[in-house]
Every structure is written in structure tokens, then in C-alpha cells.
Design a protein around this ligand. Structure first.
Ligand SMILES: [Fe+2]
Length: 290
């Protein structure tokens, strides 16, 4: 189809030339976008007036299996009645802004820590699509960090040290860090998952750090020692030269590769401004389109 990509940051992230994703059904164009995901890790599509169903359908034809076992599904009812459609917003079922002490808001505030979607699952999240429906007049940005560039910038000794390491990821951990409390029953439903600290993209063979606020410990290491390593790596990987900051416009659809990036929401006055986005994430499962 001949898409063009404009770099938004020297290392990664690109804005894609105009295209209507609702009408992209041919494998050739979908494959072109997938190849661009391997190169840029974050793609910004402007002016995508997607309905919830159109966003779900696009994610499915783009990458197959949708992630439904979210942490949020354990702590709150999904207002869309579909666990594949994650509500990234600060409003309740009636569209009212959540009170500052609302438990759903407390839970969502965890998204302001650097993380990657669904790393507390196995298989983990692969691509996330985030669609901006209502955007406040004030800045309410999302930052992305390129975990491939961060891996490339490590010294040889650190790379050697990371060889073969695995981390346990748990959304209970990342929420507890901020003081959010789960009931025993909720915790039981969220056991977490173990993943390698360094991943290799099977198509490009490029390596990346796989980190998140969800990473609670390094397997077989003393807990404090593992947490210190994870903190050091996250600090390294989120230096300004590895980060792209996205300022949302209504109609933006941003797709990112959770296996090659981390992201976080930036603070804004969420008691005074409505912000509504919808996220659909796919799972890292072999995908062979029909
Ligand atoms: Fe996220």
C-alpha cells in the first residue's frame, strides 16, 4: 500500500501517513504495519474515528488473540461488558469523573509507573492499541521508552550479568508499591508470571530489556538484590534519549510493542478534566492469519 513513516524520536516511534484503519483488511497492508512495528516499536495513526467494535476487530485481524485477563477485571466491573476492551479513563458508568478516593481511580494510578501491558500474564501482551476518544484541554500525555535502544546501550559486563535471568511479574506488586490494597480473594486471582529479563525479537533477532513496575523479583536471587537490579535497569532504560512523549489528539490510535517498550501515563488534573481512551491488547501467541 506504500505507507510512509515519519520519525517522532531519533531512535524509535513514527507517525504513519494517512490511512483509515477501519478499511485495512488486506494482509499486505497489515503485514506492512507489522514490519513497521518491528522497526519503530510505536506507531501513531492520526484521525481514526474508531468505535469500540471497530477497534476490537482491527486488533484481532492485526494480531490474532486478545488479552482479557486484565488486573482490572479482578478489581472492578468492566463498563463495556467486554474484558478485551480496557477502559483507560477517569469516569464511571454514568460518565461522571471518579472521586479522588474512588478505588477504581487508585487502581488506575498504577499506570503512571513505567510498565508494559500484561507482563503479569503468560503469554504476555504483545501489541497494545490505544484509541483517544476524549482528550482534556490540559496535557495528559503518555511516555514510551525504547527497551531495544536501552539494551544496546548497556555495557558488556551488564549484558553478561543479565544472561539467562528471569523476573517474576505481578500486578499485585506494582499496585502495592503505590499503597493500593487487594483483598485475599483478589490476590489469589492474580498470581503473576515469570519472563526473561532480556527478550529477542524472533523476526529481527534484536534484543530488548523486558522490564515493568510489575517486575517484583529476579528468580533465584535474594529479593532486595533483584529489586535493586530492576530499579537500576528501569532508571537506565528511561533516560531522556530513550523516551518519546506522546501528546494525545482526539482520534489518535497509537500501537506499541509491549515486548520492545515500556510506557507510563503522565500526571494531569484528573479531578477537573475528563479523559477517555480505550485499549485493546493482543497476546504474544504465534499468529498465522487465515
Ligand atoms: Fe499500560
Amino acid at each position: 500500500m506504500g505507507l510512509t513513516f515519519r520519525h517522532l524520536q531519533p531512535r524509535f516511534a513514527a507517525e504513519v501517513s494517512p490511512i483509515d484503519l477501519r478499511r485495512v483488511i488486506d494482509r499486505g497492508t497489515l503485514d506492512e504495519i507489522r514490519a513497521a512495528m518491528d522497526e519503530f516499536a510505536v506507531l501513531v495513526f492520526r484521525d481514526q474515528p474508531l468505535t469500540d467494535d471497530e477497534q476490537l476487530a482491527f486488533a484481532q485481524r492485526f494480531d490474532g488473540t486478545l488479552h482479557t485477563k486484565t488486573g482490572a477485571s479482578v478489581v472492578k466491573r468492566n463498563r463495556f461488558g467486554n474484558e478485551a476492551l480496557t477502559d483507560v479513563s477517569n469516569v464511571d458508568e454514568r460518565g461522571e469523573i471518579l472521586k479522588t478516593d474512588d478505588r477504581r481511580r487508585m487502581y488506575s494510578l498504577g499506570n503512571r509507573l513505567w510498565h508494559t501491558d500484561a507482563s503479569f500474564q503468560d503469554p504476555p501482551g504483545r501489541y497494545s492499541t490505544l484509541s483517544a476518544r476524549i482528550v482534556p484541554a490540559v496535557a495528559a500525555d503518555t511516555e514510551f521508552a525504547d527497551m531495544r535502544a536501552a539494551y544496546d546501550a548497556l555495557d558488556a559486563e551488564t549484558r553478561q550479568r543479565l544472561e539467562g535471568l528471569r523476573a517474576h511479574h505481578s500486578i499485585v506488586h506494582s499496585r502495592k508499591v503505590l499503597g493500593f490494597e487487594f483483598s485475599g480473594e483478589e490476590e489469589e486471582k492474580l498470581p503473576g508470571a515469570i519472563h526473561p529479563v532480556v527478550r529477542t525479537n524472533p523476526r529481527t533477532r534484536r534484543r530488548s530489556l523486558y522490564l515493568a513496575s510489575h517486575a517484583s523479583r529476579i528468580v533465584d536471587w535474594p529479593v532486595p538484590e533483584g529489586r535493586l537490579l530492576l530499579r537500576d535497569l528501569i532508571e537506565h532504560a528511561t533516560q531522556p534519549q530513550f523516551v518519546y512523549r506522546h501528546s494525545w489528539r482526539v482520534g489518535d490510535l497509537v500501537i506499541w510493542d509491549n515486548l520492545a517498550t515500556m510506557h507510563r501515563g503522565r500526571p494531569f488534573d484528573d479531578a477537573g478534566h475528563r479523559r477517555e481512551l480505550r485499549r485493546v491488547t493482543t497476546l504474544d501467541i504465534d499468529f498465522s492469519p487465515a
